[in-house]
Design a protein around this ligand. Structure first.
Ligand code: PLP
Length: 375
């Protein structure tokens, strides 16, 4: 081993290709430092002008009448469910989406049931929802998983006919459009967004939002997100909490939003290269067109461990989204002992996620392509 003093810098170890590198996501953005310092110096750090402007900008972007900026995507889901369901009810959702909806539903005091997903898209469909609907279901949460818009129009029609409410989990899909050209989040009764730093539109901390066309639902979630207050210090609603987007996050998000569409385009282009490079032992889910914003590059491998080791040896990081379906999670499995979701369960052991973020370099993309083609 050469010491660092004698090492030829041209032979320095090759950098790993990371799953994400958040430093790069802000390196090129102009005006961000000034915006953050502006909030600091303004002395107005919560529920001020930045939050108002951000809510308006997001409403315009996702074609929503109302946007309520909250503290996280999980809060957005829990508040939406509480506003729609009241104190009891049952939520139906998919079990392969990382457990956020289950956590939020439990937080809102609701029971959870699961439907299976489509083998090709990994998404819940009108067919899988219809097969799992029971009379106790009051709300269906449709997750636009991996950035792909689900069959929301069809699921909405199915649920509407039965008086069931629909929430869209858009945490991974901001900017995606349905087959009818509508923005995700604008079809269901309410849409929930997350701006966790690694999402397609990420804050520099936690943030989330609820969108809705309904005046009543918008004011209900505003009250619930502000201690249940009807006006200052007057508590009119049970189940309130404190959930706000702070002014710094709102300032950052508003300045990043104009770059979202080009970043999503770049993500799709990277996924297209992975799809084309894959060997017969691994297939990458395509992410094409306006219906997909390529949040994650997910592949299905004939032997996931073998691929993960192969990629690691070539310096490529990988992840799994998600390794444990909700009904098999230790915290929830007692209530789900009889639940069987054959497609969800099979996919959980064969999926693997590849590095995907807009600032990946050409060299890094080539290295991932080589890992795929040489497997
Ligand atoms: C990230 C995510 C959430 C939760 O968002 P947080 O802001 O981390 O609470 C919910 N649903 C899905 C599908 C997500 O990917």
């Amino acid at each position: 081993m050469p010491t660092s003093a004698t090492r030829d810098t041209s032979l320095k170890p090759v950098q790993r290709v990371p799953m994400n590198d958040l430093k790069r996501s802000v390196a090129e953005l102009k005006g961000l430092d000034e915006a953050i310092v502006g909030v600091l110096k303004s002395g107005w750090w919560l529920q001020g002008p930045e939050t108002k402007s951000w809510e308006q900008a997001l409403a315009a972007y996702v074609d929503a009448k109302h946007v309520v900026a909250v503290a996280s995507g999980t809060d957005a889901l829990a508040l939406a469910l509480r506003a729609l369901s009241g104190p009891s009810g049952t939520v139906l959702t998919a079990a392969n989406c990382g457990g956020y909806t289950t956590t939020a539903a439990r937080q809102a005091g609701l029971a959870v049931r699961y439907c299976d997903v489509d083998e090709a898209t990994h998404l819940m469909t009108a067919e899988t929802v219809a097969a799992a609907l029971t009379p106790d279901v009051t709300v269906v949460v449709v997750t636009h998983l991996y950035g792909r818009a689900a069959e929301i129009d069809e699921i909405f029609a199915l649920c509407s006919a039965r008086g069931i409410m629909v929430v869209e989990d858009c945490a991974q899909a901001i900017g995606a459009r349905t087959t009818h050209g509508r923005s995700v989040g604008s079809v269901g009764h309410m849409g929930a967004f997350s701006f966790y730093p690694t999402k397609n539109l990420g804050a520099i901390g936690d943030a989330g939002a609820i969108v809705t066309a309904s005046d009543d639902l918008a004011s209900a979630v505003r009250r619930l997100a502000q201690y249940g207050w009807s006006s200052k210090y007057e508590i009119a609603t049970v189940g309130g909490q404190n959930s706000r987007t702070d002014e710094v996050q709102a300032a950052v998000l508003r300045r990043k939003l104009p770059h979202l569409d080009s970043a999503n385009e770049r993500r799709r282009a990277i996924v297209a290269r992975y799809v084309a490079a894959a060997s017969p032992r691994i297939s990458v889910l395509p992410a094409e067109g306006q219906g997909h914003v390529a949040h994650l590059a997910v592949a299905v491998a004939d032997d996931r461990n073998a691929f993960t080791e192969h990629a690691q040896a070539l310096g490529i990081d990988t992840g799994v989204h998600y390794p444990i379906p909700d009904h098999q999670q230790a915290a929830f499995r007692d209530q789900n002992a009889d639940v069987r979701l054959p497609v969800t369960e099979a996919l959980a052991s064969s999926i693997v996620s590849l590095p995907l973020f807009p600032e990946l370099t050409e060299d890094e993309i080539r290295r991932v392509e080589r890992a795929l083609s040489s497997f």
